[in-house]
Design a protein around this ligand. Structure first.
Ligand SMILES: *Cc1c(COP(=O)(O)O)cnc(C)c1O
Length: 361
């Protein structure tokens, strides 16, 4: 047993800011004199209501969310929204999906249970190393919405522009890059994200939805998937994921204290460039993600062969780093460097990569 914390490059659930964990620890047994933990508190109590309201207000402030949007805190992470989006937004029963990786594919498959789904682009032929340009998108007329996954956690690609959807609402899964940079919320109809990458802990799904897209629900859907009910009840139809919302509040306050999303973006550009510039000049590591499509959150690359990939992972653990193994669908190495990963963590990884290259080339 060691008390030392590791540099955790996990894609999710991922590292939280140390200050957030320390505050949660300090407030664990007795939250602000209430005599109990937030876990033990009635979600209808005024103490909890204040945590809830503050969390919502901080998210609205940080992301500059316009007044005609509602914020929902729901159960079931991002995956629950794959179906909920389709069930709530499909009026005409037609939606277009841009498939840029496994999560967007899963979202499209789930939506196809409930309506006519057209794949506007599929990156499988380039192994999801490329984000489509506007010209490559085949978007239909007369659809309910267009769905994208803004950051592809497994393949390490990210949208660096907001696509034109021919007037249809844009729905974005931002699970792995929300809060990493400023976004113009008004250009989206729905933004949703699982919390466990950049916002806190697993189980919570955050939904930011333009009010006019919240319509009377269809009769035969599960109550927890009804956006109108959840909006009417301010996410408290049943007990919300109360502790996860509290942790989200701590993370949001941390981000705000750091200087908000502009500051996060500055840091994330710097951290990603440190790894990506090195990978580009190296003739040892293989980094195939196209320039312009690269994620600032997940950097996926390979060593010259599988044995060296395994050796890299093994030696990185010995050096005090974890979760650098690439996703099983891709292999290789993946470094997830979300907001909570400090610059020093990325520098430490870079030194390790240089040394590994020298010893194994
Ligand atoms: C992690 C992730 C998901 C799945 O989130 P869950 O909370 O496990 O449902 C969906 N989309 C993206 C982009 C992710 O990174």
């Amino acid at each position: 047993m060691t008390n030392k914390r590791v540099y955790n490059f996990s894609a999710g659930p991922s590292q939280l800011p140390l200050e957030v964990l320390e505050t949660a620890r300090d407030q664990m047994l007795n939250y602000e004199g209430s005599g109990m933990s937030v876990m033990e508190m009635s979600h209808r109590s005024s103490t909890y209501q204040k945590i809830f309201d503050d969390t919502k207000a901080t998210l609205k402030r940080l992301m500059n969310i316009p007044d005609n949007y509602k914020i929902l805190f729901l159960h079931g992470g991002a995956t629950q929204q794959f179906g909920a989006v389709a069930l709530n937004l499909m009026d005409k029963g037609r939606a277009d999906y841009v498939v840029t990786g496994n999560f967007s594919k899963k979202a499209a498959q789930e939506a196809a249970k409930f309506g006519d789904v057209h794949i506007a682009y599929d990156g499988k032929d380039n192994n999801y190393t490329h984000i489509p340009t506007q010209d490559e998108l085949d978007i239909r007329d007369d659809i309910d919405y267009v769905h994208i996954c803004q950051n592809n956690t497994i393949y390490g690609t990210e949208w660096n522009y907001v696509p034109d959807t021919k007037g249809a609402p844009l729905v974005a899964d931002m699970s792995s890059d929300i809060l990493s940079r400023p976004v113009d919320v008004s250009r989206y109809g729905v933004i949703y994200a699982g919390a466990q990458k950049n916002m806190g802990i697993a189980g919570l799904g955050v939904v930011i939805i333009r009010e006019d897209l919240i319509k009377p629900h269809k009769e035969n859907i599960q109550v927890l998937a009804e956006y109108d009910t959840m909006a009417d009840k301010d996410s408290m139809y049943n007990t919300p994921p109360a502790y996860a919302i509290y942790v989200l509040g701590l993370v949001l306050k941390w981000v705000e204290k750091q200087g908000g999303l502009e500051e996060m973006e500055k840091r994330n550009i710097k951290k990603a460039a440190l790894l990506q510039d090195y990978l580009d000049q190296s003739d040892f590591y293989i980094y195939e993600t196209e320039k312009g499509s690269r994620s600032r959150m997940n950097v996926a690359f390979k060593t010259p062969n599988k044995d060296l990939d395994a050796k890299f992972v093994k030696e990185s653990i010995e050096a005090g780093m974890t979760n650098l193994k690439g996703h099983r669908a891709v292999g290789g190495i993946r470094a997830s460097i979300y907001n909570a990963m400090p610059y020093e963590g990325v520098e430490y990884l870079l030194q390790f990569m240089k040394k590994f290259e020298e010893e194994n080339r």
